[in-house]
Write a protein that binds this ligand. Structure first.
Ligand SMILES: N[C@@H](CCC(=O)N[C@@H](CS)C(=O)NCC(=O)O)C(=O)O
Length: 66
């Protein structure tokens, strides 16, 4: 909802029921929970982490740099 509100385009890659994709997600992000969010190819963590960046005023900067 936050990304929709910001009118940011994003792609959701489902990993449920797909062990290979899930393993790749963990390898690339270091995280085990879903979602794992990437801005371009940089992992920023999960939903809580993204909202923390928003509260700290850093999310727009990261999105605008992408
Ligand atoms: N702090 C994480 C929590 C994410 C979380 O708990 N995700 C659940 C699903 S909603 C999860 O990954 N459960 C384990 C699993 O699906 O294998 C975040 O904000 O993204």
């Amino acid at each position: 909802m936050l990304l929709d509100h910001k009118q940011v385009e994003y792609t959701e890659i489902p990993v449920d029921g797909d062990p290979e994709k899930r393993q790749e997600m963990t390898r690339l992000s270091g995280g085990h929970t879903v979602p794992q969010i990437f801005i371009d190819e940089t992992p920023i963590g999960g939903c809580d982490d993204m909202f923390a960046l928003e509260r700290q005023g850093q999310l727009d900067e990261l999105l605008n740099a992408s």
